[in-house]
Write a protein of this length. Structure first.
Length: 177
């Protein structure tokens, strides 16, 4: 999808199951404005996967502050975990996924509002699938310099989250917990 520099909100799909909104990006396409490698060592693109957990909200606040300091674009991502559900096909599971995506859109709207208050260009992305796979796919798509995640998500109360562990172990980007 080609973004219009003057667009305040825009939606697209990736693989038929991603919602994307760009807000606060002025005069540049945040996904295509730089080469795939970043030899200068600066941070231009920050990805922060979020959910409703306190850990994710703290990660989002840290990501906003860092993006503001670095002049980076923030990409906030919410992934509905469908690993145990399977992919929907006009079923009741599709309704469940849409309800969870609506919850995710609310979380993303709050992150975007905070980022905008701090003058940070932000793109929100809501999708469903395997969270670690989706995070890596989006990170590749936007050529993220950094991924900032909470120590654990909404389904892990006392231990480090599985998605966080998998990203730390298998992603070649800098992952900050």
């Amino acid at each position: 999808m080609e973004q219009r520099p003057d667009a305040s909100e825009e939606e697209s799909t990736r693989g038929g199951h991603t919602d994307r909104q760009s807000r606060g990006v002025r005069g540049r396409d945040s996904r295509h404005s730089r080469p795939s490698s970043n030899p200068s060592g600066t941070i231009d693109t920050v990805l922060v996967p979020v959910d409703v957990s306190e850990h994710a909200q703290r990660a989002a606040a840290h990501a906003i502050a860092l993006a503001q300091r670095e002049g980076a674009t923030l990409h906030a991502l919410y992934v509905v975990d469908t690993r145990e559900m399977g992919e929907p096909a006009l079923s009741s599971m599709e309704i469940v996924i849409e309800e969870r995506k609506d919850r995710g859109r609310k979380v993303l709207a709050a992150v975007a509002e905070t980022a905008e208050k701090h003058g940070v260009p932000v793109e929100t992305i809501c999708c469903h699938g395997d969270p670690a796979e989706e995070i890596r796919a989006i990170a590749d798509e936007i050529d993220s310099d950094l991924i900032i995640v909470g120590k654990r998500g909404e389904t892990h109360e006392y231990c480090e989250g599985t998605v966080t562990r998998e990203l730390l172990r298998e992603d070649d980007r800098v992952v900050v917990v």
